[in-house]
Each structure stands twice: as C-alpha cells, then as structure tokens.
Design a protein around this ligand. Structure first.
Ligand SMILES: Cc1cc2nc3c(=O)[nH]c(=O)nc-3n(C[C@H](O)[C@H](O)[C@H](O)COP(=O)(O)OP(=O)(O)OC[C@H]3O[C@@H](n4cnc5c(N)ncnc54)[C@H](O)[C@@H]3O)c2cc1C
Ligand SMILES: NC(=O)c1ccc[n+]([C@@H]2O[C@H](COP(=O)([O-])OP(=O)(O)OC[C@H]3O[C@@H](n4cnc5c(N)ncnc54)[C@H](O)[C@@H]3O)[C@@H](O)[C@H]2O)c1
Length: 460
C-alpha cells in the first residue's frame, strides 16, 4: 500500500526546504525526503563551512600583517587548527539546527529519512515504503566529480566533503583543479599554515573569467606563497611510504612531480541523478546526467520538476533558491516566472573577493556588439588603500546602443557586495546613466562606480 501525498520533494537542499514550506503552508500534504543531512551541500559541505573558514583565514592573515597596521601580537601568529575547525562546525550546526526547526514546524510536511528512488512517474520508494503524489520535485544536488586519473583509486584523496573533517593541518596540500573550490580551499589552507600547490590542466586559473582576472587572482595567491602548476598534462597520483601523495604533473616546465601530504580533488561536480531511478519515471537527462527542464523547471514528464544543481541551469545556492521561487510563483501564485529571466551573478571567495555579474569582456568581444568599457585599479580606490588591501580592479561593460550594463568583474575588497549595485540596475533594466548620476557614500568602493561609468570608452 502506498502512502499518498500532494507533493513529494526529493532532497532537503536549497530549493527543497523552502518549497516544502510554501507547499505545506498552502495546505498541501508534503513528503520531504532526505538521505543525509538537511541543508544539503551549501550548509554542510559547501558555502557555510567554506565561508566560515575563509573568515578565520582572513583574520589570521590580517593578524600576520599586524605590522602593516601598526600593531604586534607578541610573537608569530599561532593557528589552533582544531579550534578553527570547531568554529566551522559550530556555525554549520547552528545553520542545520535552524533548518531542522523550520522543517519540524511545517504543518502538513513529513520529513522522511532515506534514499528516494522512482518506481513510476508518480511514485517513489524509500526503503520499504512506497510514496505516491501528483507532483514530484527533485532537488537532489550534486557531488564532487572524481575523474579517472591514473592511481586515483590507490591514494586517499580528499574532496570538499572529507577535507572539512580533517583533524590535523596538512603539511603540504596539493589541489587538483584551479577554479572556485580549488582556489578558495587553497587560500584557506595556505593562511592556516599549509604549503599549497594548485595543479590545473588548463593554461590559466578560473578559465571562465577574463584573462586579466585570472592573472590578478594568480598574482594575489602567489603573493601569499601558493605554488601553481598550470598546463598540467597527464596528472597521476601515487601513494608515498610516508602516507603522503605524489602528484605526477608532467608540466611543460618545472619539476614533474609534486610531493604532498594530502591531495584535494576540485575538478567540478556531477549531479546526483544516477541513483534516482529516473528511467522508471521516464525523466530525460542530458549526456552529463543533468535533468532536462523547460523554462519553468518542469522535466520531460509533466508533474515532475527539477530544481537546483541537478538541472544544470545553475550551480549556486542563489540559483537553487531562485528555482524554488520560480516553481512556487508558477504553481501557487499564478505568476509567470522563468529561468531565462535570471541574470548570471556569483562571487569567488578568495580574499579579496571577485564579484561577477553578466558577461565577461571576452564574451562581449565574441558577441560582436558595440560596447563601452570602464576600468579602475583598486590601488586608485581610496577605501581599498585605507584598508590596506589594494589588489584587484573593477571592470564594467555597457552596451553602446542601449546603455544597459552587459557585465562587470569587481575583484578587490568588497567586490562580492559592490557588484550587487550593478546587478540591481540590470534587473531594473536601467541605463548606466542612472548610476552615473547617483551619489554614493564616501569612502566606499561603490563610490567609484559612477566615476567609472562617467568615463566609459568604446571597447576597441
Ligand atoms: C565547497 C563548495 C563551496 C560552495 N560555495 C558556494 C558559495 O559560496 N556560494 C554559492 O552560491 N554556492 C556555493 N556552492 C554551491 C552550492 O553549495 C550549491 O549550488 C547549492 O548547495 C545548491 O544545491 P541544491 O539545492 O541543488 O542541492 P543540495 O544543497 O546539494 O541538496 C541536495 C540534497 O539532496 C539529497 N539527496 C540527493 N539524492 C537523494 C535521494 N535519492 N534521496 C534523498 N535525498 C537525496 C542530498 O543528500 C542533499 O541533502 C559551493 C559548493 C561547494 C561544493
Ligand atoms: N564561491 C562560490 O560560489 C563557489 C565556491 C565553490 C564551489 N562552487 C560551485 O561548485 C562548482 C564546482 O567547483 P569546482 O571548482 O570543483 O569546479 P569547476 O568546474 O569550476 O572547475 C574545475 C577546474 O578543474 C580543472 N580540471 C578538470 N579536470 C582536471 C584534471 N583532470 N586535472 C586538473 N585540472 C582539472 C578545470 O580545468 C577547472 O579549472 C562550481 O561550478 C560552483 O558552482 C561555488
């Protein structure tokens, strides 16, 4: 006998929990199924723990730079690694408890612990129990990709999940992958005291970004003593007698091997869709396993929706949450919201951070449209020099014909926050002249945005 619900939600991630809240508040009987920890990746092994560690690492870094600010701390800064990790665990636990309390307080919502698998397009099995519903929402998230590198199964490699459980600081952390996860963990562990080598198969870091952004980020991290091996071909892993790992890199120059105590794989994510029984429901995926969805997030099967990282339409907490907003608006509010209305934005939480919105300069050039560009180094932003963090630059791109913002890269102190003023104008569909005439507060990084857009020049 199946248990009947109005809605089944698979995965208590960044979309699943708020959706359970909205549906149950609307009087629907909801089953929320979670096989591990409520909050999913972001809360447990993603944003929350990493940004908590970024904060510890930044405080430690600033303390080491005490002399630059006119103070000493009576000897070298000592890092208490277990205490750093305990702080991270406490922040994660608080967030998790908050979510558990929220779910527990939802009338009409039953949290079911276990692994969900489709039996038909309207039914899902969790262990011995069969659940049935008219609508099913998949918020299954993703996990670290583990490429078939030679030796990968013979060494104790780390992922974003296991690195957060380390009890001791790695002596030398080798990181395979020079993008968001690799760079954020790289700077964290370097600041905590590890030797760090980042190994990237491409010719530059964060290849989605403009080359000048990649170069500046590399320079910032090199300045802190992080080693890089780019153009790393034929990466292989070998265990060492001392318990460490040797990474064969075979780069064009430099040593052919990196001898590390630990290796972190940070080479992308794959969706948790291979063990959902999607074929039984007839739900189509693309060749990489992402669930195919339309503009309102409905899958190839009417009544089944996919939200968050598993649909391949976003890979961030804010895009997953926005997926929830889109589905809730369409199903409950009579609104017409679509994924294609969303503008790309994100931040890379190295310190100083990179705030990004819209197109890169390279993408604008490739599009062939007439554009205007404005840039300014952070060394000419008084707030940055006052704070003693003047690395980075601001770059803004505007459509020459419509005056609308096309994109921005704000690498530097406060870049992760400042970028939102451009994001908001993009959503308002306002021309750059609105920003040019605004009068922001002094001294702030934001105060230079009007100056930059007043001096836009044609993109040659
Ligand atoms: C190290 C790291 C740092 C990150 N930092 C940021 C950041 O700073 N900012 C940002 O925006 N994004 C960041 N992200 C990305 C962000 O974590 C994800 O985009 C976000 O969590 C969205 O996930 P989701 O809602 O799709 O699913 P998730 O949050 O991953 O939730 C999916 C849930 O589904 C459960 N599940 C899966 N399959 C089943 C099943 N068959 N049955 C039952 N339950 C199931 C899982 O256990 C999980 O709890 C980071 C990611 C990583 C790895
Ligand atoms: N600040 C944030 O918002 C944030 C932080 C961390 C993670 N994330 C999310 O997590 C996702 C995954 O991040 P990621 O950094 O793991 O993946 P990614 O897909 O962004 O980058 C993977 C990197 O690994 C390299 N690579 C791939 N295979 C390799 C190999 N065999 N050897 C060497 N290098 C190799 C790629 O060239 C690329 O530079 C991101 O898409 C992002 O959405 C977001």
């Amino acid at each position: 006998m199946a248990r009947h619900f109005d809605a089944i939600i698979i995965g208590a991630g960044q979309a699943g929990i708020p959706l359970a809240g909205r549906l149950s508040a609307a009087g629907q009987k909801v089953a929320l199924i979670e096989r591990h920890l409520v909050g999913g990746t972001c809360v447990n092994t993603g944003c929350t723990p990493t940004k908590t560690l970024v904060a510890s690492a930044e405080a430690i870094h600033t303390a080491r730079r005490g002399a630059d600010y006119g103070f000493t701390v009576g000897g070298p800064v000592m890092v208490d690694f277990p205490a750093v990790m305990a702080r991270k665990d406490a922040v994660v636990a608080k967030s998790q408890q908050g979510l558990a309390g929220w779910i527990g307080g939802m009338e009409n919502c039953t949290l079911i612990e276990g692994h969900a698998r489709f039996e038909t397009a309207q039914s899902v099995r969790v262990d011995d129990e069969l659940l049935q519903a008219g609508r099913i929402f998949i918020n299954a998230g993703g996990r670290a990709a583990v490429p078939e590198l030679p030796g990968v199964h013979d060494v104790p490699f780390l992922t974003n999940t296991s690195i957060l459980q380390l009890k001791e600081l790695p002596r030398h952390l080798a990181i395979v992958g020079g993008s968001y996860i690799g760079l954020e963990f790289g700077q964290i562990f370097r600041r905590l005291g590890s030797e760090v080598t980042i190994i990237e198969k491409g010719s530059r870091l964060i290849a989605r970004e403009d080359e000048d952004v990649s170069e500046e980020v590399k320079g910032i991290l090199e300045g802190e003593g992080i080693g890089f091996r780019l153009d790393a071909e034929c990466i292989s892993l070998h265990s060492r007698p001392d318990g460490g790992v040797t990474v064969g890199v075979d780069c064009r120059s430099g040593e052919r091997e990196v001898h590390a105590s630990h290796v972190l794989l940070a080479v992308g994510r794959r969706p948790n869709t291979d063990d959902l029984g999607l074929d039984r429901a007839g739900v189509a995926t693309d060749e990489r396993g992402f669930i195919a969805v339309d503009d309102r997030l409905e899958t190839s099967v009417p009544g089944i929706f996919a939200l968050g990282d598993c649909n391949g339409r976003g890979a961030f907490t804010h895009t997953s949450y926005n997926d929830f907003e889109i589905v809730a608006a369409n199903l409950l509010d009579g609104d017409d919201r679509r994924v294609s209305d969303r503008h790309e934005c994100y931040a890379l939480y190295v310190d100083p951070p990179l705030g990004r919105v819209g197109m890169t300069e390279a993408a604008v050039r490739k599009s062939g449209r007439k554009a205007l560009i404005g840039t300014r180094p952070m060394s000419r932003v008084s707030r940055a020099t006052e704070k003693g963090v003047s690395q980075g630059f601001i770059k803004i791109l505007v459509d020459a014909e419509t005056g609308r913002f096309l994109g921005a890269s704000i690498l530097g102190v406060g870049g992760d926050e400042v970028v939102h003023s451009i994001l908001n104008l993009i959503y308002a569909d306002a021309p750059y002249t609105v920003m040019a005439r605004s009068v922001p507060i002094h001294p702030n990084v934001s105060e230079l945005l009007p100056t930059i857009v007043q001096g836009l020049t044609p993109l040659e």
